[in-house]
Design a protein around this ligand. Structure first.
Ligand code: TXA
Ligand code: MG
Length: 346
């Protein structure tokens, strides 16, 4: 399949009259799959009402079929068609954070969506992305749009259109290139299906921000305990992984430098993932700096691009610094732990 590529100048005034958006939306209505930017990562969109369309997402990504998709909407009025009445706390969060990097799990209206979207669950994940291009595309399609991250299953999520093309060129109908995404890690997934909301995946909107609005929430045990099964099906898979094995080291830069030398003496090419503050400390086969530790948002924004860059450098082993698990640091550490398959050097 020839993958069409549109380059879109993203402005707040992007309208649905844009001919490129009209073309992409037409493909979505024809049940084809189109990648587009959101404020978190690029998504791989398809008509959430059509099983034919949704199947193409799973095929293009090589995604396990028991892992449900997030449905993206552009207007609150679309919610009524997809879910039962939202609990009060969910309503508060919607008012405060939509459009934005918060996905809510709500009871699904029977028959509203292709059963492939929810992977047979009675709940559905919904979010309204905060990106003018995503919103214009969804609006113009007139559909709820199912969209996982637009990467091959297991690879880091794409934060640039080039990442999408690298993974999926020839496998999907089109890619809308709107430049790099802003937040860089995926949305926060919060279950509002029970009495007390449960954090299933940390992301762009922090736990602290959510609790400031609705009080204490629970955190899925499966996020921190290797022996617990995560509630969110997607969280059980290895993810975001570069080709070379990665370990997170909790020690000082000096300790990490010592480790690098040990591995090099064993004949291995070693890469290190660090930040601007410490980059000068290391001597390794590849030193990749990723944002500033003093402002963790900058680390989140560059993390996936940094992880992908190790594949080109042909290193045999990667050591990453660790990060505090407050604010967006919780999402950064969650993704790094998955990329490392849980390997931590203490
Ligand atoms: O930022 C994002 O959320 C991006 C952009 C494109 O919007 N999308 C994204 O989708 O990250 P995906 O498919 O890569 O991750 C969706 C996560 C998975 O962990 C999945 O298991 C979980 O949400 N999920 C979806 N529906 C669910 C449900 N009904 N119950 C529990 N978890 C669910
Ligand atoms: Mg994903």
């Amino acid at each position: 399949m020839k993958t069409k590529r549109w380059f879109v100048d993203v402005t707040d005034e992007l309208s649905t009259n844009d001919p490129q958006i009209a073309q992409a939306a037409a493909l979505l209505r024809e049940n084809e799959v189109v990648a587009f930017p959101t404020e978190t990562v690029y998504g791989l969109g398809a008509n959430a009402k059509s099983t034919d369309a949704v199947k193409k997402i799973y095929e293009a990504k090589g995604r396990p079929s028991d892992n449900p998709l997030i449905v993206h909407i552009a207007d609150i009025s679309q919610l009524d068609d997809l879910t039962g009445p939202a609990p009060e706390k969910a309503k508060t969060l919607i008012k405060r954070f939509w459009p934005g990097a918060l996905t809510l799990i709500l009871p699904c209206k029977p028959g509203a969506l292709s059963p492939r979207v929810t992977a047979g669950l009675e709940t559905v994940a919904i979010r309204m992305p905060d990106h003018p291009l995503a919103l214009a595309l969804i609006r113009e399609s007139g559909l709820p749009i199912a969209a996982p991250s637009a990467n091959l299953s297991g690879k880091p999520s794409p934060t640039k259109a080039e990442h999408v093309a690298y993974d999926l060129d020839g496998r999907i109908a089109g890619i809308m290139d709107g430049g790099p995404t802003g937040i860089g890690v995926e949305s926060t997934v919060l279950s509002c299906a029970g009495d007390i909301p449960v954090l299933l995946r940390p992301g762009g909107i922090t736990k602290e921000q959510i609790e400031a609005e609705i009080g204490p929430i629970l955190v899925d045990k499966g996020l921190s305990d290797q022996n617990e099964k995560p509630i969110s099906p997607g969280m059980k898979y290895t993810h975001y992984a570069p080709t070379a094995p990665l370990a997170i080291c909790e020690g000082s830069p000096e300790r990490i430098q010592h480790l690098i030398q040990e591995y090099q003496q064993g004949g291995r090419r070693v890469g290190v993932l660090t930040t601007e503050e410490n980059a000068g400390v290391y001597s390794a086969d590849y030193v990749k700096s990723c944002g500033r530790r003093a402002q963790l948002e900058t680390v989140a924004a560059e993390l996936y691009d940094a992880l992908r860059s190790f594949d080109e450098k042909k290193v045999d082993f990667i050591i990453s610094e660790s990060f505090p698990d407050t604010g967006v640091g919780l999402a950064i550490m969650n993704r790094l732990m998955k990329a490392a398959g849980g390997r931590v050097i203490r």
